[in-house]
Design a binder for this molecule. Structure first.
Ligand code: HSE
Length: 430
């Protein structure tokens, strides 16, 4: 018996998926049982690199999700609409769904999984986070018996590529971004990547799986990389850190009922495995009890890697459909949680900070900074003054762990000091 696939979209990921399905040799035997039954495209005239019988292509995408013959709908259109509506319609017509759409899942996961559970179908999303890296299924299955403490990821290749080049070339953000756009490593509109929004979608999904509760995307704190300067990368290097855009979901130490879920540029100690993840690569570092630390590393985007994740979801569904009573969902493949996780506000976060101040080069400035920090209980790990930016001295401070709210109060006071021109940058330290 072949499983009939309705593929929605024949762009980069759709083409990669079709290529795997059309050449099953040497892959898992279940791939031979998958038939590309219909492919929904926006235009029939566009030249294609993959050879498909012309009669299976259609622009009537909605007809695919309602077609009684289709077993599994694979949504690789991207974007919010019509992807969300098509997924919901497929579910209401009893189709299982495989999607690579992190934007839809992070915003509408509640609606989609509630609908999927009541229709008795699976919605699978391995390709939505980390491209080809298997991380969704491990969180659901192999790591499921662990009490997860933290998931920390480099989940956006564009920003990791930009930060890597800034470090390697000593270049500024704007310069590298423009070149990355020219070379096709960054989108013409890079907002979703550089502002951390893409990473926020992904950590919302990872947090939900790791901690067994739903996450409201608006609760995810998000800060991009455009404020990271060449000077910060150079100071971080000297102090023994690499700067990475990290997506973090972590149990709050003081209140285990709460999570901190956030995306921001972070100083990562060079000895940490995430510090050596360079270029467009992604990695997800999971800490749990009793497993300890596990890291997943690989290509976070691209036709082949993402299609590998898509087809792995399809064969997982096919395997279950072949062997199980379809009236009950497999508990390791379906979504079983319904409550929302409690998210701690950022001022409750306890972390180390890096701050770079531009100040007058006059006696007592470091002392005044130290007093403002000391008054708020902020303990400093290091203070360095090595350079100048025009007429201003550059003072770089790294704190010990501090409650973010206290640190920000100290900064408010520091801003009022005559000797302080500006706080040029402020980054968290892993
Ligand atoms: N835009 C993403 C990135 C890839 O730069 O990693 C798709 O998730």
């Amino acid at each position: 018996m072949a499983f009939k696939i309705g593929l929605l979209g024949l762009g980069t990921v759709g083409t990669g998926t079709a290529e795997i399905l059309l050449s099953p040799e040497g892959r898992h035997p279940l791939v031979q049982e998958l038939e590309i039954y219909r492919v929904g495209v926006r235009s029939l005239d566009k030249p294609r690199t993959v050879q498909l019988p012309p009669d299976i292509l259609t622009t009537d995408i909605e007809a695919i999700v309602t077609d009684p013959e289709v077993d599994i709908v694979v949504e690789v259109l991207g974007g919010l609409e019509p992807a969300r509506s098509l997924i919901l319609k497929a579910i209401s017509h009893g189709k299982h769904v495989v999607t690579a759409n992190k934007a839809v899942i992070s915003r509408f996961g509640d609606e989609i999984f509630t609908a999927a559970n009541s229709s008795g179908v699976y919605v699978m999303l391995e390709a939505a986070v980390g491209g080809g890296i298997p991380v969704i299924q491990p969180l659901k299955q192999a790591l499921g018996v662990n009490r997860i403490q933290a998931v920390t990821g480099i989940v956006n290749g564009t920003t990791n590529y930009i930060l890597t080049r800034m470090r390697d070339e000593g270049a500024d953000f704007g310069e590298v971004l423009a070149d990355a756009q020219k070379l096709g490593y960054a989108e013409a509109d890079p907002t979703a990547d550089v502002d951390g929004l893409d990473a926020a979608d992904k950590i919302a999904i990872l947090a939900s799986l790791a901690f067994g509760g739903r996450i409201k995307l608006e609760d995810v704190y998000c800060e991009g990389i455009s404020g990271v300067g060449a000077a910060d990368i150079a100071y971080a290097e000297k102090l023994g850190f690499a700067i990475k855009l990290l997506a973090i979901a972590k149990k709050v130490d003081s209140d285990k009922e709460k999570l901190s879920v956030r995306v921001h540029p972070t100083l990562v100690p060079k000895i940490h495995p995430l510090a050596s993840v360079s270029g467009v690569y992604n990695a997800i570092f999971v800490e749990g009890e009793p497993i300890g630390q596990v890291m997943f590393y690989g290509r976070g985007a691209g036709a082949g890697p993402t299609a590998s994740a898509v087809v792995s979801d399809i064969i997982n569904i096919a395997a279950v459909l072949k062997t199980r009573d379809a009236s009950k969902l497999h508990p390791l493949l379906s979504c079983s949680h319904q409550h929302y996780c409690q998210i701690a506000p950022m001022e409750e976060l306890v972390t180390r900070f890096y701050a770079r101040f531009l100040t007058k080069d006059s006696p007592g400035v470091i002392g005044k900074l130290g007093t403002c920090f000391g008054d708020r209980g902020v303990s400093l790990e290091s203070v360095v003054q090595t350079g100048f930016q025009n007429e201003f001295a550059e003072i770089v401070v790294v704190t010990h762990d501090v409650r973010e709210g206290n640190f920000r109060q100290a900064l408010d006071e520091i801003r009022t000091l005559d000797a302080v021109d500006s706080i040029a940058s402020l980054l968290r330290v892993l």
